[in-house]
Design a protein around this ligand. Sequence first.
Ligand SMILES: [Ca+2]
Ligand SMILES: [Ca+2]
Ligand SMILES: [Ca+2]
Length: 349
Amino acid sequence: MKHPLLPVGVLFLALSVITLTGCSSEKDPVPSTSTVSNASPGSAASAGSSGSTAAETASFTQGLATTTVKELFACKGARVTSLGEIQSDDGKKWTVPADIDTKLTDAADLSNPCKNVNLPNVASVDLSKVPVVEIDPNGTVVTGYIFADNYFELYINGKPVAKDAVPFTPFNSHVVRFKASYPMTYAMKVVDWEENLGLGTEANKGNPYHPGDAGVVAVFSDGTVTDGSWKAQTYYIAPLASKTDLVLETRNGVQLRTTPNASNSPSCAKSCYAAHFAVPDQWFAKTFNDAAWPSATVYKTADVGVDNKSEYTNYKSEFGKGSFIWSSNLVLDNEVLLRRTVDKAPATK
Ligand SMILES: [Ca+2]
Ligand SMILES: [Ca+2]
Ligand SMILES: [Ca+2]
């Protein structure tokens, strides 16, 4: 049995320590400027001012995963898309590069080299042929254009709309339509796929262990576009030369998983580490609280390397309304969850 007075006593002690260590904002629900990680690890000030019960931890794996699905998707002349499984040093099992929902419907193609589809521009899209996925019967019909390096799943108001038809390579792009009500919660799982399962790398530029890069842009007809107002949290980070390349800290209630000092081209090859975090249940639900997720980072088209890719440039009249986003590391973060809730349709630009 828990003693009813104990938590009060612990809270009193924690607040006393915070006061003694000079933090003046302990009664504010959100600390204004203090950085939790600046407190000594495990100190009362650290536990008290973050408002969380325990510091976040990652699960680490090292080396190649076991291939579980050799050919999830195949396309002539492109890389074979596979899935793998690997156990972390804390005994947990992880699907790499990500646990995806293969049962979702493929989105309609703008450009899909695997099916010889390559519409010349947005004007040539026949929207009457794009199925409208009914999320809410009395909702607004919204059209969206999506380009992901490499894979996305789109959920609106907690329900699936569609997935990327080409999980890895070649590049491709999609158009989606759905009927949904406001406030509207956009949620996307985006994955930078990999050839060396569990390592976050692919054969590229003469290097068999080249870390691939990522990025996603989505533009919706209600004026919602990917930009820095979205939330983005990473769940799979690789390749890491060392576990200490991962920096975990909670700042103003936001859980940061960053790799500020990690090399984007480590030489660890088959012995690289990867960091894994469990994807929360119902992360795509309207009611999911994403307050602890960082804001998305905005990237230039040159960072993503799509300025000469027709799968992107043919539809730039739409894609150009939004920005490429990802979490804080475009190379090492390989599975990212994105969310944005809008109360009503923003003014269309
Ligand atoms: Ca794709
Ligand atoms: Ca990629
Ligand atoms: Ca990557």
